[in-house]
Design a protein around this ligand. Structure first.
Ligand code: NAP
Length: 248
């Protein structure tokens, strides 16, 4: 467990899956965690309850990360209400699988807006207060697919590969103000996103994982918490894979 006492954290997609586990892990270290979510009020409330049950403070904000103004407002409100922002985790994401020949423009646009452009909006809003504080940490959630590619995921993979270039460039832009930017690249993790996979595809996926199983949201969250903590104070511009050996 890392020490996040006095730290203000913002986690998008915090209502479920990996984002919820990240919020809880930061809360366990004593952080005040603001979670963003799209529409699942019940799940967002449950995350807040879980964060508080481990000693953190929690608040939920419902907004669409594809909306640039809403992103700016969410960060501004957080800084105003809590007096700063130390940790931003860009975790909200969607996968709309389709072969390129059948990919609809609206699904292409949606994945770029939620998975990639949102990180620009939120980091732009968070960078100013973090630079002023001379302290901050941003963690973006990529995917093994961004490095390997996958059938039916041209758009999703492109957004995740884009996040890698974004992470490294921003890490260079903000380093002189002691703001670190890193990316965690999960493999096949047991969440709602992967639950509906056909049995055959799931079995094939498992065969390609040396550790022989899916990862848990908590196994991703512990790496995000490390990057967000002072234990990673000399780590920036890095991509850390959490994929059971699926890609080495
Ligand atoms: P998930 O269980 O499907 O949860 C998605 C989260 O994102 C929810 O909290 C959802 O809010 C939120 N969200 C979706 N669209 C949004 C929008 N337009 N505005 C605001 N919030 C939005 O996802 P997950 O599996 O935990 O994945 C988390 C991240 O890890 C994603 O970036 C994903 O690409 C990445 N990842 C996942 C895996 C995997 O195997 N699961 C592997 C590699 C990378 P609501 O609850 O309100 O809908």
């Amino acid at each position: 467990m890392f020490d996040f006492k006095g730290k203000i954290a913002f986690v998008t997609g915090g209502s479920r899956g990996i984002g919820r586990a990240i919020a809880v892990e930061l809360g366990r270290g004593g952080a005040t965690v603001v979670i963003g979510y799209a529409g699942n009020d019940e799940a967002a409330r449950e995350t807040c309850r879980l964060v508080e049950s481990v000693g953190g403070r929690a608040e939920a904000k419902r907004f669409d990360v594809a909306d640039a103004e809403a992103c700016q407002a969410a960060i501004d409100e957080t800084v105003k209400a809590h007096g700063g922002l130390h940790i931003l985790v860009n975790n909200a994401g969607v996968a709309i699988d389709q072969l390129l020949l059948r990919l609809k423009d609206e699904d292409l646009e949606r994945q770029f807006a939620i998975n990639l452009k949102a990180a620009f909006y939120l980091c732009r809003a968070a960078a100013r207060p973090m630079m002023k504080q001379r302290q901050g940490c941003i963690v973006n959630l990529g995917s093994v697919v961004g490095e390997m590619g996958n059938v039916g995921q041209t758009a999703y993979a492109a957004t995740k590969a884009g996040l890698m270039g974004f992470t490294k460039s921003l890490a260079r832009e903000l380093a002189s103000r002691n703001v670190r930017v890193n990316l965690v690249s999960p493999g096949f993790i047991d969440t709602d996103m992967t639950r509906d996979l056909p049995e055959e595809a799931r079995a094939k996926m498992l065969e390609s994982i040396p550790l022989g199983r899916m990862g848990t949201p908590e196994e991703v969250a512990s790496v995000v918490a490390f990057l967000a903590s002072d234990a990673a104070s000399y780590v920036t511009g890095e991509v850390i894979r959490v994929n059971g050996g699926m890609l080495m």
